[in-house]
Design a protein around this ligand. Structure first.
Ligand SMILES: *[C@@H]1O[C@H](CO)[C@@H](O)[C@H](O)[C@H]1NC(C)=O
Ligand SMILES: *[C@@H]1O[C@H](CO)[C@@H](O)[C@H](O)[C@H]1NC(C)=O
Length: 172
């Protein structure tokens, strides 16, 4: 009786504790530091910076800047081209950093509204859907949609099973 129980517990731990972290990692987006080590400041070529990055839905964008000196204003394409903050989508002017999650695919435009946009403080980027991480047996994409839905349900169950089995071992 007992060896079977132990075997099942081991199997459960092996499955849940090795598989779950892979799914968890997929959900965590990458953090993009705008401008790299040059941060958010005048006279930085943000076009060069953004073309060297790949932005995926769920990634994070972090602006670091000199407190009180600069701000971050999300605008649309027209206002980005004109360096105009007349119709802001979002304004951030507190502290020395601003972090936002790129929740939607599409184009994002940010400028500094304090005159420095004309000195290059403007960045445009395109957010894409993250490519499917694990190869799916069928090459056609429709098969991957229900699979992702299933993993979303199974992952938490496995995580709980993993925790419970570990607790069971601790008690034994
Ligand atoms: C940006 O917003 C302004 C003001 O609402 C509007 O006139 C303009 O057409 C918009 N541009 C784009 C590309 O949506
Ligand atoms: C992005 O999505 C997360 C999770 O749903 C939410 O908490 C967050 O407020 C969203 N951020 C933006 C900038 O929309």
């Amino acid at each position: 009786m007992r060896p079977v129980h132990t075997f099942l517990a081991l199997l459960s731990v092996a499955l849940s504790c090795t598989i779950t972290p892979i799914w968890s990692l997929v959900a965590i987006g990458k953090v993009h530091e705008v401008g790299g080590h040059e941060h958010w400041a005048p006279n930085v070529d943000y076009t060069v910076w953004s073309t060297h990055e790949r932005f995926y839905r769920g990634d994070w964008l972090v602006f670091r800047f000199r407190k009180g000196m600069y701000d971050v204003v999300q605008v649309n394409e027209t206002d980005y081209d004109r360096c105009s903050a007349d119709h802001p989508i979002l304004v951030w002017n507190g502290g020395n950093s601003y972090a936002t999650q790129l929740n939607e695919t599409g184009r994002y435009y940010y400028i500094c509204s304090r005159g420095y946009c004309w000195e290059g403080m403007k960045v445009a980027l395109v957010v894409e859907n993250r490519p499917t991480p694990a190869p799916v047996p069928s090459p056609s994409s429709p098969a991957s949609a229900p699979l992702r839905g299933t993993s979303a349900i199974v992952a938490p169950i496995l995580a709980v099973a993993c925790a419970l089995t570990n607790a069971g071992f601790a008690l034994a």
